[in-house]
Design a protein around this ligand. Structure first.
Ligand code: HEC
Length: 188
């Protein structure tokens, strides 16, 4: 009897300790490579297979029941991760061991608009405007929430509206915080 009680006390102590440890916020790089990119690819693959004959919308009958489930899962995963990034008190770009795409082409010092960015430079851009970064993360979360809701009623028109604008939602954050499409300034 005593022994059993002891085990229970010990077990709940372990649970408590595990519950108290703050969960580290996933990095931007982890989010992009493990969630945003692969899950968005699922959404794009399904929607591009479902174009209507005119090519100006989706034909809901071309989205299989299994694909509706995949759409729901992927939109939920992207939404939840985007919310974590939006709500995080501090966002870390990458772990030291991570490779940030294009970083090898970056220059030292302040990033010029047309330069590739290193992880440190991206970190500097986010730290200089955390609210702006959160706003873009929130925009992605909201778009994915709309898509997720649309999967419940199999609303292909809304799925089309969200998926066709998704690229811009991603780029809306990439442009200010990662890279740019701006051409170099005209040499004087
Ligand atoms: C709130 C800002 C934000 C949003 C929204 C966002 N990204 Fe990113 N993304 C970044 C930043 C910052 C980087 C550069 C740092 C890095 O590579 O991790 C990046 C880099 C990436 C990379 C390169 C990762 C690597 O290998 O270094 C991919 C791929 C990517 N994003 C995909 C996406 C897709 C797809 C979406 C939209 C569904 C998206 N991102 C939306 C901020 C964002």
């Amino acid at each position: 009897m005593f022994r059993r009680a002891g085990v229970i006390v010990l077990a709940s102590g372990v649970l408590l300790a595990a519950g108290c440890a703050p969960k580290p916020t996933p990095t931007v790089n982890d989010s992009m490579t493990k969630v945003m990119q692969p899950q968005t690819q699922v959404i794009w693959d399904i929607t591009s297979r479902a174009f209507n004959a005119k090519g100006d919308g989706l034909d809901g009958s071309k989205i299989s029941p299994a694909d509706w489930i995949r759409l729901a899962q992927s939109s939920r995963r992207v939404r939840d991760r985007a919310r974590i990034l939006a709500d995080a008190p501090h966002v870390t770009v990458a772990k030291a061991s991570d490779t940030v795409m294009g970083a090898f082409a970056s220059h030292a010092g302040t990033k010029q608009t047309w330069d590739a960015a290193s992880a440190a430079q991206v970190q500097g851009l986010i730290d200089a405007d955390p609210a702006g970064f959160a706003k873009h993360a929130r925009a992605l979360a909201d778009a994915m929430d709309t898509l997720h809701t649309a999967t419940r009623t199999r609303d292909a028109a809304t799925v089309y509206a969200v998926s066709s604008g998704l690229d811009e939602t991603c780029d809306g954050c990439h442009q200010p915080f990662w890279g740019t499409d701006d051409p170099p300034p005209f040499p004087k």
